[in-house]
Design a protein around this ligand. Sequence first.
Ligand code: PMP
Length: 294
Amino acid sequence: YYTKDTILFLNGKFIKAVDAHTDLYSQSLHYGFGAFEGIRAYQTMNGVKIFKAYEHFERLKKSCALVNIPFSYETEELIQIAYQLLEKNDMGDAYIRPLVYCGPNMQLTHTDEVYLMMCTWEWDKYHGDKQLKMCVSSYQRPNPNSLKMEAKVTGHYVNSILATSEAKVRGYDEALMLDMNGFVAEAPGANFFLEKDGVLYTPSLGHILPGITRQTVMNICRELDIPVKEKQIKVEELESADSAFLCGTAAEIVGIESIDAKPFKKEWFDSLGATVQEAYKCQVLEKSFSYVII
Ligand code: PMP
């Protein structure tokens, strides 16, 4: 993720990653009490552009607010830091990771000492070019009465790591997680859509992270006249679906070949997801997209 020359942003300064230090008594390190974002920048026809920069930094602030981490940066300021970071590291197609973490405090109360680090690295397609073989995870998404599901909080990702690791050990590419009531929720780091009879369905909010890419997909569908419905999806509905895909900033849009070794009816290139994937690629690269329903 970094070399001896990589620059990161830490508490108001741009410094070399190899010179950056953190406090081993940080509350975030011990208890997973921090907030972060995953953002992508693209080398577009109009120069380097951070995709949905405003939405991501707003969500970072919202995540902090939801768990009472005092964080006072302005969104515009955060966007500027991100662009400067890309420039200093001479990066165009890159992933940007802001992390808000806390100072030394072993109490189970929030601390007022809050730090911001931001770094960037080159990250190719998260899942490569292939469609995913997924399995329904034995790990559920957390109960929304136990955690703030709309917040991107560091500690929540233990649940994600357990699910992805389990899926890989079982020979799959990725896990599909259910919510506490047994409805389809999301992947450990991406949202889920399925196609059935010309309509796209995605799990309703409540037990999932409200993904910025999920919203982008819904906006694209509106533009392309593809009907989308948010609803509770039963596991049994997976079998009769025509196709499915995951979407997220890191994953972008990636087709799913099978779930629990049961393949979907449609070939990926023939699916609504593939059309949305093309439109998404054009949008992040600021290219125009034309789509004709035959
Ligand atoms: N769900 C989870 C649990 C995630 O970590 C992510 C990645 N941030 C997503 C969904 C997708 O969110 P976004 O489209 O905002 O990247």
